[in-house]
Design a protein around this ligand. Structure first.
Ligand SMILES: Nc1ncnc2c1ncn2[C@@H]1O[C@H](COP(=O)(O)OP(=O)(O)OP(=O)(O)O)[C@@H](O)[C@H]1O
Ligand SMILES: [Mg+2]
Length: 277
């Protein structure tokens, strides 16, 4: 099977007062219809790698690669117009901060509709049906009501689900999810990732999940790239992570909380003393 995406020697640089600084320094990887995790600490170049694929790095940022191919298409030579036909329709990206990605003056339903009709001409009734079905797929109860809300009227977790609905409604072949749940509390985080996982698996899509959380990436991905200072320092199957050899990966592993770790029992709060006051 040929790869869905191949990236070879990807470099991203920005000018600074000390001259050009490379923030991605020769990253290479291949992706099939599988779930690839990119993990690494803040500033390691994860988002820049994800954004480069969609050509979302603007001047004065500079992106070069020996190869950047998506399903036989050389992304490097695509014009901005050609990229607009790929973005959303074939490759979607859930951005790190959904607050900046949702339009504050459009209802949730209108925004999801726009994501759909930009790429497909459909009768209005069908558009409405697909929006409600998509909102249900991201487990929003009462989709009819939520479709009529504005972004400031939905909670953080719901906003992130709306983003995922927008990104998935045109059925892309590849989803790049950049810290899609970092702003959420742990229980909602798991729900949102389960939804992404479910949709990716049933639609047979490729997924790039970007996160600083090794635990999370190893749970939701088949393969993992570990990045540090703009370089891939380790690449392995999620199941082989314990055998990772790079000192940076070993450090991340050592910092990971263990589920059945023995900890001192936390004291139970005595609430009776407040009762009735
Ligand atoms: N417009 C810019 N100009 C200069 N440097 C930039 C610019 N955008 C990003 N960088 C630098 O590029 C490096 C990589 O950034 P990137 O956003 O890819 O990190 P990241 O791994 O996604 O981190 P985080 O986990 O915090 O999201 C950082 O050191 C950042 O400061
Ligand atoms: Mg980032």
């Amino acid at each position: 099977m040929s790869a869905l995406l191949s990236v070879e020697n990807l470099r991203v640089s920005f000018p600074t007062h000390r001259g050009r600084v490379e923030v991605v320094k020769g990253v290479s990887f291949e992706l099939g219809r599988e779930r690839l995790g990119i993990v690494g600490e803040s500033g390691s170049g994860k988002s820049m790698t994800g954004r480069s694929i969609l050509k979302l790095i603007h001047k004065p940022g500079l992106v070069t690669a020996d190869r950047m191919e998506f399903d036989g298409v050389d992304l490097r030579s695509q014009s901005e117009k050609q990229m607009r036909a790929i973005r959303g329709a074939r490759i979607s990206m859930v951005m790190q901060d959904p607050k900046f990605s949702l339009n504050p003056v459009m209802t949730v339903g209108e925004q999801i509709a726009e994501a759909l009709v930009t790429h497909e001409k459909l009768p209005r009734r069908e558009v409405n049906e697909r929006i409600l079905a998509m909102l249900e797929a991201v487990r929003i109860n009462d989709p009819t009501r939520v479709a009529g809300l504005y972004p400031h009227e939905v909670s953080g977790g719901m906003g992130q689900r709306v983003m995922i609905a927008m990104m998935l409604i045109p059925s892309p072949e590849l989803l790049i999810a950049d810290e899609p749940t970092s702003a959420l509390d742990v229980s909602v985080q798991a729900q949102v990732l389960d939804i992404i996982d479910d949709l990716v698996t049933t639609k047979g899509m490729g997924l790039i999940l970007i996160s600083h959380d090794l635990n999370l990436v190893s749970r939701y991905c088949d393969r993992i790239l570990v990045m540090n200072s703009g370089v891939v320092v380790e690449e392995c199957a999620a199941g082989q992570l314990e055998r990772a050899t790079h000192p940076y990966t070993r450090g991340l592993l050592a910092a990971m909380p263990v589920l059945n770790e023995q900890r001192e029992e936390l004291p139970v709060l005595d609430r009776t003393q407040w009762a009735g006051t």
